[in-house]
Structure formats: C-alpha cells, structure tokens
Design a binder for this molecule. Structure first.
Ligand SMILES: Nc1ncnc2c1ncn2[C@@H]1O[C@H](COP(=O)(O)OP(=O)(O)OP(=O)(O)O)[C@@H](O)[C@H]1O
Ligand SMILES: [Mg+2]
Length: 312
C-alpha cells in the first residue's frame, strides 16, 4: 500500500482520470477518497455512483439528470450526479456495469466536460475529476465487446492496481492490530490477539480481502469466544467444507439426502460470501452467481438470510 500511496500523492493534484482496479474488498473506495482528499478539490464534493446498484434504465438520468417531462414520471427537472460533483470528484464505482450506450455518452463527457440532461438540449459545463473503479477484467470485457476500448483508454490515464490481501500478507498484522484497537474502542472491549491467532490470520486466504479481515476482527471483538470462532472457521476450511459432520450421519441418511444437504450448504455458503462481498447488492450478486434476480431472492429467503443491520 506504500507504493499505492506514492501514486495517490503524485496524481492527486493533477486532474488526471484514475482507474482503480482490484478484487472486491481490497480498498478501492478508500483509495478513491484518498485521491479526492489529497487533491485541490478536497474541500469540494465527493460523489460516489455505484453503476451496478442503479437499474440500467435509470443510470443516465442519475448521472446526467433530466428535464421535466423527459420520460414518464419525470415530474420535475432533476440535476444529475455529475452536476453535484462540480468542483469536486465523481467516483464511478463498478464502471464495467455501465451499459454500452452510456459508455459512449460518458466518453464524450470526458472529452469536453459538457453534457445535456436527459430530454434537454442545453449544454451544461461541469468541472469534475473522474475516478473510476472495477473488480472486473476489463480486457476480457473489451474482447467480448461489452466495454468500449476508447473509453477504457480515456479512463485509464492513471491506473492503480490494488493487490489482493493474500499477495501482501506482510500488511495483515498491521491491519489486524489497527482494526482490533478500533473495534475495542467502539465496543468498549479490551480484546487481544494471541500470537497463534495472528499467525493464523496471516496464513488465511482472505478471498474477501481487507473487508473480510475487518469483519473477522469485528466478530472476534464482539463475540465472547471470537478467537475460537475464527479457529473453527480456519479448521473447517483446512479439512474441506462439509466434512465435519459427515461420518456420523452416513448411517442414518441415504446418499441422495447427503448430496442434497451438501448442495444446500454449498449454496448457502456461496450466497453468504457473495452477498457480503457486494454489500448486499442483490442485482450484482445475481450476476455473479449466474441466477435470475428472482431466483436469488428466493434463495435468500430459503436460507433465511438477511442484510447486516449495521455497517461500519
Ligand atoms: N489499507 C486499509 N486500511 C484500513 N482499512 C482498509 C484498508 N483497505 C481496505 N480497508 C477497509 O476494508 C473495507 C473494504 O474496502 P473498500 O470498500 O474500499 O473496498 P473495495 O475495493 O471498494 O470493495 P468492493 O469492490 O467490494 O466495492 C472498508 O471497510 C475499508 O475501510
Ligand atoms: Mg467499493
């Protein structure tokens, strides 16, 4: 992250467009904010638009605003997020989800920082720095004609790649200690991490990256047996997921029932992981899991899952 920080500091004060890349949970939002804060626009607005969280049909109006009567339901003129970001930074998260037609419009906006609202004719000038992020393989998306190459080059003036946590394990103890003191203070606890736990944390695969680490430490602080809970999680992963209670129950269950239960458990686990990773963005989760939105909702209710009531 030191190398990332150096890049942030050297590009912050230019108005260059930055493309931040990295797996889910590596800290892309954090880097986008850091760029904004370190820039001369730091006192201006920082506007985040998650392109995956807004239905594609509404995205153009969300970004660029609309005039009264532009479409059914457009009862009054509404400015878009680009206008709100004037003199500041607009952070376009999950940029790969931008529909092709909007990719073309965005490209034009990036060329002359001028656009018209949906249903409008007048041109609006905007002075906004653009930072975009994605966890998807844009080169692959381009090869499949899902992402415009010209937009890619326009966004990619500066590219910041944030490596997954498993490729920078040296940072795990630092991050773990920082989260530990933060949550100890927040929950009025005085939990400590044993050196064995620290070693386990450092070895863990962290597919959910820093977000997963943060959540694990929070759980350790909040739960009385937090450390044991983590040990159990690691042990389960080491032994293969469903093996823990397999042997004892084979006698009483048929093969078919065992398979069904295994499938249910695997589904549940995938749901929990993906929903956590996308912060309960169900549209995004259904895309990742390759099921329809409706199927996803059914599965969520079958597994009795609900969004975390608080996020920090
Ligand atoms: N270097 C870091 N130091 C402290 N906290 C961090 C660091 N990197 C990430 N985090 C924390 O981890 C969590 C996930 O980070 P962030 O939301 O920036 O990830 P992301 O890459 O945007 O993920 P996604 O692709 O899912 O949107 C946040 O709570 C963030 O504060
Ligand atoms: Mg993010």
């Amino acid at each position: 992250m030191r190398a990332v920080r150096t890049v942030i500091e050297s590009v912050a004060d230019t108005d260059a467009t930055v493309l931040i890349r990295g797996e889910s949970g590596v800290g892309k939002d954090l880097v986008a904010r850091a760029i904004h804060s370190a820039s001369g626009r730091g006192h201006g607005p920082f506007v985040k638009v998650n392109c995956a969280a807004i239905p594609p049909g509404l995205l153009e109006s969300e970004l660029f605003g609309h005039e009264k009567g532009a479409f059914t339901g457009a009862h009054r003129r509404k400015p878009g997020q680009f206008e709100y970001a004037n003199k500041g930074t607009i952070y376009l998260d999950e940029i790969a989800e931008l529909p092709l037609a909007l990719q073309a419009k965005l490209l034009h906006v990036l060329q002359d920082f001028r656009f018209s609202r949906v249903g409008g004719h007048g041109l609006i000038d905007v002075d906004a720095r653009v930072v975009a992020a994605t966890n998807r393989d844009l080169e692959h998306a381009m090869a499949r004609s899902e992402f415009r190459e010209d937009l890619y080059y326009r966004l990619n003036v500066v590219e910041i790649r944030i490596p997954p946590l498993r490729e920078r394990r040296g940072e795990i103890p630092l991050l773990a200690s920082a989260f530990l003191s933060r949550f100890n203070e927040q929950y009025g606890r005085a939990k400590q991490l044993s050196s064995e736990t620290m070693a386990r944390l450092t070895e863990h695969s962290w597919s959910g990256n820093v977000r997963e680490l943060e959540n694990v430490i929070r759980r350790m602080v909040v739960l009385t047996d937090g450390e044991q809970a983590f040990e159990a999680l690691v042990a389960r992963q080491r032994n293969g997921h469903a093996s823990t209670h397999a042997a004892a129950s084979i006698a009483s269950e048929g093969l078919r029932e065992i398979a069904r239960r295994g499938a249910r458990e695997a589904e549940r686990k995938a749901l929990v992981e993906v929903l956590d990773r996308v912060q309960w963005n169900r549209a995004e989760a259904s895309r990742i899991l390759k099921v329809s939105y409706k199927t996803l909702l059914n599965k969520i209710s079958e597994c009795k899952l609900s969004p975390p009531s608080r996020r920090f």
